[in-house]
Design a binder for this molecule. Structure first.
Ligand code: 7TS
Length: 422
């Protein structure tokens, strides 16, 4: 096991992206007369046929409300929904399925921790640590919590080469630190933060602090084991891992979730309701108020089965190959500046960059004319861009179906844009 928590004893089997592409109906599309090169996977991933079919099959044959009915369909739908929870539990090696809560997305999962666990456990004068590389979804819930309860929010800095500054972390692990919230993989810098090493530092120096990991960019791309990470909470989204939109996951240690008050209140999460009082259901129902995203959970289960069959180690190895090649090619282009570490070591398949004298939106528009989908902007990480003295950036992000040829097309597209802009 390496310090970043990515480890496998036998080398993963190589995956064949050309063969996998056939699983994704959308990838045969042409955009503006060119084959689609979908390089916006950090925003959302495309869906394999098995996930699309799982949704169709469920809605055609197995759909019903869950947990309430005694009728056959309701029992079948409940079993399908709960088996999706089992699939998630196994996928992240959670020790207890009761700690796996379905949410709408990673954003809602993080808000749940802040609003439920946070309000009950963080008080005036306590310290909350986040990093300078957080997505707004793992920053704003903590800033609001700090403001509401009178806690202090402090930022763990990043080094000049775009990695988390572990000395800076250690310097901040003083006083009443109650929470350290950080991303596993940055959606801009692409770095994989060494969560097990960070967790060890936190446990040693701030024993009362709980660790919240934003896994939105890691769970879809590399083997993630919550027990190896040694985190207290982990949040991620289904739509970035070949699953449907509208379904996300919060994993939390059951003993922490059990002591937290509910996030949303209403149907499905109660024990008993009287005119003046109520008791709450046990985990995980306690945090799943209202009719949940039943079909979406089933679709996520299908996505997990698909990713599991290919193997997360193989997916990670493939993305490493793509990112190493992309970094090498982009480094060779005059006027192109890669954001974050320029070496592929511990870098996920996310590459943000700027091109001198071309606004990222113009670049994204020009590339789109050639069927290449990238993203331009601040990628919901404005404090990070500001800290690096950057305006908006362009970003290419890879997944299992991307190829080296698509990286070549990206590079050629950038060169053409440069020629166009003189
Ligand atoms: N955390 C990280 C690190 C992310 O990259 C994102 C989404 C989120 C949280 C929120 O996920 P959601 O599913 O709740 O929206 N990131 C991006 C992105 O980079 N471009 O579009 C969405």
């Amino acid at each position: 096991m390496r310090a970043n928590g990515i480890g496998y004893s036998t080398p993963p089997a190589r995956l064949d992206p050309a063969a996998l592409r056939a699983d994704f109906p959308i990838l045969v599309r042409e955009i503006n007369g060119h084959p689609l090169a979908y390089l916006d996977n950090a925003a959302s991933a495309q869906k394999p046929r098995c996930v699309i079919e799982a949704l169709t099959r469920f809605y055609s044959h197995g759909y019903s409300s869950i947990h309430r009915g005694v009728h056959t369909l309701s029992e079948e739908a409940t079993a399908a929904y709960e088996s999706a929870r089992d699939a998630v539990t196994a996928f992240i090696n959670a020790p207890d399925r009761r700690g796996v809560i379905f949410t709408r997305n990673a954003t809602e999962a993080l808000n749940l921790v802040a609003a439920a666990w946070g309000r009950a456990n963080v008080g005036p004068g306590d310290r909350i640590l986040v990093t300078e590389m957080e997505h707004h979804s793992n920053l704003l819930p903590w800033r609001r919590l700090a403001q509401e309860v009178g806690a202090e929010l402090d930022y763990i800095p990043i080094t000049d080469d775009g990695r988390l500054d572990l000395d800076g972390l250690v310097r901040r692990l003083t006083g009443p630190v109650k929470l350290v919230a950080l991303t596993h993989v940055s959606n801009v810098l692409g770095v994989v933060n060494p969560i097990p090493e960070i967790a060890a530092l936190v446990r040693e120096r701030a024993a009362a602090a709980r660790i919240v990991v934003d896994g939105a960019q890691s769970v879809p791309h590399l083997p993630v084991d919550v027990q190896a990470l040694d985190c207290d909470f982990l949040a991620f989204s289904g739509h970035k891992m070949c699953g449907p939109t509208g379904i996300g996951v919060l994993y939390g240690l059951p003993e922490l979730l059990k002591e937290a008050p509910p996030f949303l209140v209403g149907g499905g999460m109660i024990g008993r309701v009287e005119r003046a009082e109520a008791t709450w259901a046990d985990l995980p129902a306690r945090f799943e108020a209202g009719t949940p995203a039943i079909a979406e959970a089933v679709g996520l289960g299908a996505a997990i089965a698909y990713l599991g069959e290919i193997g997360m180690a193989a997916i990670w190895a493939h993305e490493q190959e793509l990112v190493a090649y992309a970094l090498e090619q982009l480094r060779g282009l005059p006027g192109v500046r890669v954001i974050g570490p320029t070496e592929p070591r511990d870098r996920a398949g996310v590459v943000a960059f700027t091109v001198a004298a071309i606004h990222p939106h113009d670049l994204a528009f020009i590339l789109d004319q050639e069927g290449i989908a990238i993203r331009a902007g601040f990628h919901c990480a404005q404090p990070l861009h500001e800290g690096l003295g950057l305006g908006p950036t362009a970003r290419a992000s890879f997944y299992l179906y991307n190829t080296l040829t698509e990286v070549d097309r990206l590079v050629a597209g950038i060169e053409r844009a440069q020629a166009l802009f003189g």
